[in-house]
Write a protein that binds this ligand. Structure first.
Ligand SMILES: Nc1ncnc2c1ncn2[C@@H]1O[C@H](COP(=O)(O)OP(=O)(O)O)[C@@H](O)[C@H]1O
Ligand SMILES: [Mg+2]
Length: 195
């Protein structure tokens, strides 16, 4: 599957419509995109132009009305650990400390305790939160919560990290429609990221 030629993500003619109080809302129309493994893609556009809808389709939370959303050439039919979402409000579990938030995915999937511990320590170190391993989310700054949310996704074997915008203004105010995605290449061993 991951043969180097197949894109990690393909969006082929994806449209999405919602019904709102009897009115049809067109959130996406005929979207196309191909993302290679290791690419860092940033989707910028006006508030309401469909960025989050596309992100939610990639996460498997929504299905397209038309078109195909593929990962490694296979249709995305629902959420999966390989496609992890970093939510705009981080979505951390308030009753779990940093260590347990990060270990939640592998622990829930029945990974052996020693492996979960090793994974958690590796990703706590990666995001530089060793001193805060026992802290609860309400004891962290916004940026630190975001780092925990990223570590939680990575610890759960994500190949694609989906990140909702952290611009509180809700997007680029001056742009009339969604622009082309901005891309850059990262170390190819890193998961593909999507903002
Ligand atoms: N579940 C939903 N029901 C009805 N309309 C929705 C729903 N989700 C999104 N929309 C509509 O789809 C459009 C695109 O929304 P969204 O993808 O959240 O935009 P963005 O993230 O670019 O600001 C908006 O008009 C929004 O109101
Ligand atoms: Mg949005």
């Amino acid at each position: 599957m991951a043969d180097g030629a197949t894109p990690i993500v393909e969006i082929n003619g994806v449209s999405k419509q919602f019904e709102l109080q009897g009115e049809r809302i067109e959130a996406l129309r005929d979207a196309h995109l191909s993302v290679a493994k290791g690419e860092f893609v940033c989707l910028i556009g006006a508030s309401g132009c469909g960025k989050s809808t596309l992100l939610r389709i990639l996460a498997g939370f929504e299905q397209p009305t038309r078109g195909d959303a593929l990962m490694w050439g296979m249709p995305i039919t629902g959420p999966a650990p390989a496609r992890g979402m970093v939510f705009q409000d981080y979505g951390l579990f308030p009753w779990l400390n940093v260590r347990r938030n990060i270990g939640f995915g592998p622990a829930s999937r029945g990974r052996p305790a020693a492996e979960v511990r090793e994974t958690v320590e590796r990703f706590i170190a990666l995001v530089g939160l060793q001193r805060f391993a026992e802290a609860f989310p309400h004891q962290l700054s916004g940026g630190m919560k975001q780092r925990v949310a990223i570590a939680r996704v990575l610890a759960n074997d994500a190949e694609l990290v989906l990140m909702a915008s952290s611009w509180r203004s809700g997007g680029a105010p001056a742009s009339p429609s969604c622009s082309s995605p901005t891309r850059s290449r990262r170390r190819s061993s890193w998961p593909t990221a999507w903002w």
